[in-house]
Design a protein around this ligand. Structure first.
Ligand SMILES: *Cc1c(COP(=O)(O)O)cnc(C)c1O
Length: 523
């Protein structure tokens, strides 16, 4: 089985795709046959989440040997519970808690597995060079990657974060990271400076480091090894709804996903292609609502103001994983995808053809949530249901409400005066006929699962404001404030941070990133 680029016929094995991260032509690696292989629903719904991961990852990444062992190593005993991603009820909807991993971030699900896939690919392909993972982070990804990669044999990791640009808790999470193969370095600049520095390092240092026996790689969310593990929790949530008696196998379920880089929600689409009866996938955005506009109109236009919000992991104007959806929705036309990506690069905008848009709208809906609505939503969830959502999850629960009212349904979106010209509502018959899963009937009554992507304790200032409290200046004290009001337990990994010795104290200038890598890389 081969993975191919979204932009050309360039193809590699799944193991090579995981090691490379991105295709040489700049495209993303995709399985061109995804959609023809189905997972046996009956069989998978009767097994544990960790066993589901073994099955699903073996289907998505078939050339890996010993997948069962890799999955066991990634997950067993590392999450708060062995079902990894518990499903809880809030009012008449369901919250899929993706933040029960070692750093209380949803990225743990993928970044626990990716290191095992990288080291598996390295050994199985007989590569003797060491792999060096370079990561620029605005906060969450860095810690989740450190936690996943520390002490993994054959691999080193370096994380660069903006010196004044992360929260105290995030800084403490990274600076206290143990492990013989990790480096954490603050950069006097913002996140973009870090990201550019790391990108340039890939361009300039790949060859010189290769001569020293070091292969550069990335833990970025475009790596197929990060996407594949996320497919699992869509099945796990579905299983839990069946076990609870809320649905029968085959019934549709709608998922609402707080979206940034489009990886999380795309995994839901992959689950659908594998045969899970996914109803609608609702893409929830904050005010950086470039994806809402795209899903409603087919026009992707990043030329717009950028807003900093309380849901920073969704403050994104270029959602890289969308490219994988475009590949499938266009009928796997690499030329089209390449042209759209070129348009985006050169003019900041692209527009898909009507067939591609219709394909996307058959499954995807989207709406967005303002800063004020997000804050009010945190309060509403607490006051009505005694459930504490983080600001990213609040965006999604708020959009879920709108979805249920029909506002986020593609055919009912009100945007501007010319909506009738822009929107050709997809007919119900058409939906049923073309549906991959024949699940369109009864979608309105289908249960709604909201994906929850962070512990509220990772964003304590926003939580306290939303609860009408005055936040203490110290973020650790803020956690105690939240606990004393809500009695929601503080995740152990966060509670233990205070007082842990700071191991990493390096601070460098923007221009020093490449030197730092050259000096500290081990061959
Ligand atoms: C990364 C992240 C998201 C966005 O997920 P994507 O896969 O990039 O769409 C949402 N919420 C939180 C807390 C995140 O860390």
């Amino acid at each position: 089985m081969k993975y191919q680029s979204t932009r050309s016929a360039e193809s590699v094995s799944a193991r090579e795709a995981v090691l490379a991260g991105i295709a040489r032509d700049g495209g993303l690696y995709v399985d061109p046959e995804l959609g023809s292989k189905k997972i046996d629903l009956k069989e998978i719904l009767s097994i544990s989440t960790i066993d589901m991961a073994k099955k699903i990852l073996s289907v998505l990444l078939p050339d890996f040997e010993n997948m069962d062992a890799l999955v066991e190593k990634a997950y067993r005993g590392r999450f708060e519970t062995d079902d990894l991603t518990p499903l809880v009820k809030m009012g008449d909807e369901y919250i899929l808690e993706l933040f029960r991993g070692p750093t209380s971030a949803f990225k743990d699900v993928a970044l626990s597995m990716l290191p095992q896939l990288e080291t598996g690919a390295r050994t199985q392909l007989g590569i003797e060079d060491r792999i060096l993972i370079l990561t620029a982070t605005s906060g969450d990804t860095g810690k989740a990657a450190l936690e996943g990669f520390h002490d993994v044999p054959g691999i080193d990791i370096m994380v660069f974060y903006p010196h004044e640009g992360v929260s105290d808790v995030q800084k403490a999470q990274m600076a206290t990271q143990e492990g013989s193969n990790v480096r954490v370095c603050a950069v006097r600049g913002n996140f973009d400076d870090c990201q550019r520095g790391v990108k340039n390092a890939f361009a300039h240092l790949t060859e010189p480091l290769r001569k020293r026996g070091i292969i550069l790689s990335s833990a970025n969310s475009i790596n197929i090894g990060r996407l594949a593990p996320q497919v699992v929790y869509y099945f796990a949530a579905y299983r839990d709804l069946v076990n609870e008696g809320r649905i029968k196998p085959g019934d549709p379920v709608n998922y609402v996903v707080p979206t940034g880089n489009f990886g999380d929600i795309l995994a839901g689409f992959y689950a659908k292609l594998l045969g899970l009866p996914v109803g609608r996938l609702v893409c929830a955005s904050n005010v950086n609502n470039v994806l809402t506009d795209f899903i409603c109109t087919g026009v992707y236009d990043k030329r717009r103001p950028f807003y900093k919000t309380e849901s920073p992991s969704m403050d994104i104007l270029v959602s890289s994983n969308l490219e994988r959806l475009l590949f499938i929705a266009s009928g796997r036309k690499t030329e089209k995808v390449r042209r759209w990506m070129e348009d985006l690069n050169t003019s900041g905008r692209f527009e898909v053809d009507p067939d591609t848009l219709a394909y996307i709208q058959k499954t995807f809906s989207s709406w967005y949530c303002t800063k004020e609505e997000t804050e009010a939503e945190i309060g509403r969830c607490w006051n009505n249901f005694h459930y504490l959502v983080d600001p990213h999850t609040a965006v999604a629960t708020s959009v879920a409400e709108k979805f249920k009212e029909g506002i986020a349904a593609v055919s009912e979106i009100l945007r501007g005066d010319d909506r009738d010209d822009v929107f050709k509502p997809v007919e119900e018959d058409d939906l049923a006929e073309n549906s991959e899963n024949k699940t369109e009937e009864g979608i309105e009554d289908a249960p709604v699962v909201v994906l929850s992507t962070a512990s509220p304790y990772k964003f304590p200032t926003a939580i306290l404001k939303a609860l009408g409290e005055k936040p203490d200046e110290d973020e650790f004290e803020q956690m105690n404030q939240i606990y004393s009001i809500t009695s929601v337990p503080i995740p152990k990994n966060l509670a233990e941070l205070k007082g842990k010795p700071e191991i990493h104290k390096d601070v460098i200038e923007i221009g020093e990133i490449e030197d730092y890598i050259l000096k500290n890389a081990v061959g």
